[in-house]
Design a protein around this ligand. Structure first.
Ligand code: UD1
Ligand code: CA
Length: 468
């Protein structure tokens, strides 16, 4: 029978070296929080109910930031060390048997394959557990792995407590452990805060278990990259770069073309279908979804958008929480925000802004328009310079434009307003009253012509110049 697996993630610390008011695990790399990255990796070895995050600093915000349902939380109200943090999780842990992972919450690069390999090592019969180790050119700040004559781990010595000899050890503890749960819980109470920091060190468990005749084995991972723990914003930037490079590579291997991959910023939760082309300097953020056969033009920034198949986004489009239907063409220099919803085969051109506006299938707004709080039907043409006047200084009002309407250039549509099917708005109109179906509405001053006026003016100017 498969043994139950529990994962305890240590995420209660403030992270002093981040120099931030925000708890360390809330900082983002690759477009998601450090904690969510580690949870994503943990979900490959345990179900959500088997994962306990120990929270402390800004506990409420940290809980809120975790979107996966079912994850459990334990509170460590005072940060008395990593060993104490695990103790705080004890009640929230449903299983006292099986395997127990303990993972530092500040290592966003960890791959799930490495966790799977760790549990295989730790499962060996004669072991009480295993922990990942790696060799670093510059091991400073990390706990050092002290091995005995047999190559077993004798102890983990923290930087502050290490002798000059021990400081030279390059094999370090990245803070990723897998224990057999039973002996671990049996002996965890024996951790003492007998160090300079007066903290309960989880790392003391290696020696404690050893004293009781148990052995914790090292699992040496040669490539230290994925084991990077974030303590400063410099390391945060390094992790961000690695996560984004990984994401771009995964996308390219799955069939997405990325021009100049070093220049794009694509968050880890973005999804893009094959045969879409991402031009240089594009930012794709949040939960953006992009279909197949699309092109995303240079300089565009899309956040939480849904782009259907075969959409062309020309350069410098900024879109937030918006949808674009299949075969549409957007940009250059368009802005969509707050649930803008463009149907299939729509055209939205330069300097057109859509806010909380639905633009029906086949409709066009090609140049210089503001369309806010509007429901626009299918096959509508919005002329250059059209403005929906949705705000009266106090309240926002809706505009409704039915199928097949033609709005002439430079029209001012004063909301609340309803323009019915097939109506035609003359260019330059200010429209303040409902327009009935198939009507022509003209709302502008009539033109007055004065024959010969211009010629007379020129001649009188010429005479004045001669006199001078
Ligand atoms: C710890 C290890 C060290 C290892 C390093 C790897 C100990 C005693 N030392 O040191 O051997 O090389 O990680 O990065 O474990 N946390 C809590 N509650 C606390 C203290 C910490 O939840 O009371 C959490 C932090 O939020 C963080 C993680 O534990 O996610 C590690 O804490 P940190 O203070 O960064 O430990 P290090 O000093 O780096
Ligand atoms: Ca650390």
């Amino acid at each position: 029978m498969k043994q139950p697996v529990t994962v305890v993630i240590l995420a209660a610390g403030l992270g002093t070296r981040m120099k931030s008011n925000k708890a360390k695990v809330l900082h983002q790399a690759g477009g998601d929080t450090l904690l969510n990255h580690i949870i994503r990796a943990a979900l490959h070895v345990a179900p959500p109910e088997g994962i306990v995050a120990v929270v402390g600093h800004q506990a409420a915000q940290v809980r809120e930031s975790v979107k996966v349902p079912g994850i459990r939380f334990a509170e460590q109200s005072e940060q008395k060390g990593t060993g104490h943090a695990v103790l705080c999780a004890r009640e929230a842990v449903a299983q006292n048997g099986g395997q127990l992972f303990i993972l530092n919450g500040d290592g966003p690069l960890l791959r799930s394959e490495t966790l799977a390999a760790l549990i295989r090592h730790a499962s060996e019969d004669n072991l009480a557990g295993a922990l990942i180790t790696t060799e670093m050119d510059d091991p400073s700040g990390y706990g050092r792995i002290v091995r005995d004559d047999h190559g077993h781990i004798a102890a983990i010595v923290e930087q502050k407590a290490a002798s000059p000899e021990q400081l030279k050890i390059q094999e370090v503890n990245p803070g990723l452990y897998c224990f057999k749960a039973a002996p671990f819980w049996e002996h965890i109470g024996e951790i003492q805060p007998n160090n300079a920091a007066r903290e309960y060190y989880l790392t003391d468990m290696v020696e404690i278990l050893r004293r009781h005749g148990h052995r914790v084995a090292p699992f040496l991972v040669p490539d230290a990259t994925e084991l990077l723990g974030i303590n400063t914003r410099v390391e945060l930037a390094v992790a961000d770069g690695i996560l984004r490079a990984r994401k771009a590579r995964d996308l390219m291997l799955s069939g997405v073309t990325i021009e100049n991959p070093d220049s794009v910023t694509i968050d880890v939760n973005v999804d893009i279908q094959p045969d879409t082309v991402i031009e240089a300097n594009v930012q794709l953020r949040g939960e953006t979804r992009i279909g197949t056969g699309c092109r995303i033009g240079t300089g565009s920034v899309l956040r939480d958008c849904e782009i259907a198949d075969n959409v062309t986004i020309l350069p410098y489009v900024v879109a937030d929480a918006s949808r674009i239907g299949a075969n549409s063409a957007i940009g250059p220099f368009s802005r969509l925000r707050l649930n803008a919803d463009a149907g299939a085969d729509t055209h939205i051109g330069n300097f057109v802004e859509l806010k909380k506006t639905r633009l029906g299938a086949g409709s066009k707004a090609q140049h210089l328009a503001y369309l806010g709080d509007a429901a626009i039907g299918e096959g509508v043409n919005i002329g250059a310079g059209t403005i929906t006047c949705n705000y009266d200084g106090q309240k926002k009002h809706p505009t409704s434009i039915a199928d097949g309407v033609f709005v002439g250039s430079n029209s001012t549509l004063v909301a609340p307003l309803e323009i019915s099917e097939g109506a035609y708005i003359a260019a330059g109109s200010v429209i303040t009253k409902p327009v009935e179906a198939d009507a022509l509405a003209i709302g502008r001053a009539y033109q007055v012509d004065k024959p010969g006026w211009a010629k007379r003016r020129r001649e009188s100017q010429k005479q004045a110049e001669k006199k001078a």
